[in-house]
Ligand binder design. Structure first.
Ligand code: 5GP
Length: 206
């Protein structure tokens, strides 16, 4: 029997435009076999190239609100005029199978998850500075200027909440950030509080 059979719930969070998606993809390329991405649900219309069921589950507002009512979401938040949320069913199932389930969500949602799953690993991805964040949002070129400003305003409210996370990873360079996250995952697995029960069982420690 191997130690650490249960997977980890890994929450990657931080301001919009910080590069959470790019870092997450780099992480999956480094070692994808035990990592499972939790596909979120949103009422935002798809951007060019986004695929339903891969990038997000794109649903109507009515459908999203029904899922809230029926308790199908682990967390949800409104972000710049749209709903975003994490479907609950797959998360528990995959963790029980020993998979690391990776959530990539904004700050309000992450803090909701922290209440429900305190044993999760909460990682705040920070920009190297504010200018870099603004430039990234502009470069993406998919949003109107007032939406970009709304995302910057939201980021200003999110920066002070980083202290509520277990780790802060600065996305100065994508591969560096992904490397640090991989190191965090490995260290979290080796934590005594996660492995002591299994260890005692295997080595018959009384
Ligand atoms: P975007 O419109 O740029 O795809 O996403 C806007 C923000 O919502 C990003 O910060 C993104 O990480 C976040 N987000 C994506 N999925 C979820 C989710 O399921 N729950 C929450 N709370 N935020 C999410």
């Amino acid at each position: 029997m191997k130690l650490n059979e249960r997977g980890l719930l890994i929450v990657l969070s931080g301001p919009s435009g910080v590069g959470k998606g790019t870092v997450r993809k780099a992480l999956f390329e480094m070692d994808g076999h035990d990592l499972v991405y939790s596909i979120s649900m949103t009422t935002r219309p798809p951007r060019e190239g986004e695929i339903d069921g891969v990038d997000y589950y794109f649903v109507s507002k009515a459908e999203f609100e029904r899922r809230i009512k029926d308790g199908e979401l682990l967390e949800y938040a409104q972000f710049v005029g749209n709903y975003y949320g994490t479907p609950k069913d797959k998360v528990d199932e995959q963790i029980a199978l020993g998979k690391e389930v990776v959530l990539e969500i904004e700050v309000n949602g992450a803090l909701q998850v922290r209440e429900k799953a305190p044993d999760g690993v909460f990682i705040f991805i920070a920009p190297p500075n504010k200018g870099a964040l603004h430039r990234r949002l502009q470069r993406r070129g998919t949003e109107a200027p007032e939406k970009i400003q709304a995302r910057m305003d939201k980021a200003e409210m999110e920066f002070p909440l980083a202290h509520k996370y277990d780790y802060i990873v600065v996305n100065d360079e994508v591969m560096n950030a992904a490397d640090r996250i991989m190191a965090i995952i490995r260290a979290e697995h080796a934590k005594t509080e996660r492995s002591i029960y299994k260890y005692n069982e295997i080595l018959e420690v009384k």
